[in-house]
Design a protein around this ligand. Structure first.
Ligand code: SAM
Length: 227
């Protein structure tokens, strides 16, 4: 049971040229650019294969991408070579960032990455984000309200082109949910941390001052915080 199979199955996170990935970029781009008025140094935290890093570089930002998964960073570096990009991609843990304090004007945490972290871990991540942000820096977090999502998910819900949801098992404390995905060829399970909107916002408030929350659709948000 791992995220590796999940990211292998869904191009929305691993193929920057796929329509699914491009759709995510098109959805967020206008909001990112509206908030990020001043050019500066960006940390694309948990950058995956780097699609948002390249987007911001194209708009004149200096970008560093960090992800814990070596395969993701390897692919990001391959894309960077193809694109002649100057984005620096580094393997690293969001809970212990390899940067000095007050380095970045913006930290981006995009693509519902919160599902990877327990409350203790996400709190460590927020603490690190706060440390590496400059005094007037902004933190932008994009997430899905997993409570809402789980209340809507039904057996047989189609995900991507090949898979459907075959089973959802929510733990007793409602902290995590295991979702089983099935296709004609295979099946796999992933355990997601369940972060509702309120929980993300309560935790973020311990570290940052909220500026705005943009509702992207019924269940997903882009929240903006200052240090
Ligand atoms: N932000 C990217 C995007 O929007 O395409 C990737 C989002 S993907 C849903 C979540 C990413 O978080 C994965 O690439 C995963 O490897 C990374 N990740 C998980 N735990 C991490 C950690 N402790 N530190 C850094 N990255 C992590």
């Amino acid at each position: 049971m791992s995220f590796k199979e999940y990211y292998r199955a869904f191009k929305a996170y691993t193929d920057i040229n796929s329509k699914e990935y491009q759709r995510r970029i098109e959805e967020l781009e206008p909001y990112l650019l509206r908030v990020m008025k001043k050019k500066g140094k960006v940390l694309d935290l948990a950058c995956g294969v780097g699609g948002f890093s390249f987007l911001l570089e194209d708009h004149g930002f200096e970008v560093v991408g960090v992800d814990i998964d070596e395969e993701m960073i390897k692919k990001a570096i391959e894309y960077a070579k193809e694109k002649n990009s100057k984005v620096k991609f580094i393997v690293g843990d969001a809970r212990k960032l390899p940067f000095e304090g007050e380095t970045f004007d913006y930290v981006l945490f995009l693509g519902n990455t919160t599902v990877h972290f327990s409350p203790k871990e996400l709190s460590e991540v927020f603490k690190e984000v706060k440390r590496v942000l400059k005094k007037d820096g902004l933190f932008l977090i994009n997430f899905v309200d997993m409570r809402e999502l789980l209340s809507r998910v039904q057996m047989g819900t189609i995900v991507g082109e090949e898979y459907w949801i075959n089973r959802v098992i929510i733990d007793k404390g409602e902290k995590t949910a295991v979702i089983e995905y099935k296709s004609e060829r295979d099946s796999f399970r992933v355990r997601f941390a369940i972060w509702g909107k309120t929980a993300v916002e309560l935790l973020a408030k311990l570290y940052f001052t909220p500026l705005e929350s943009v509702k992207l659709d019924d269940i997903s948000y882009l929240n903006v915080y200052k240090k």
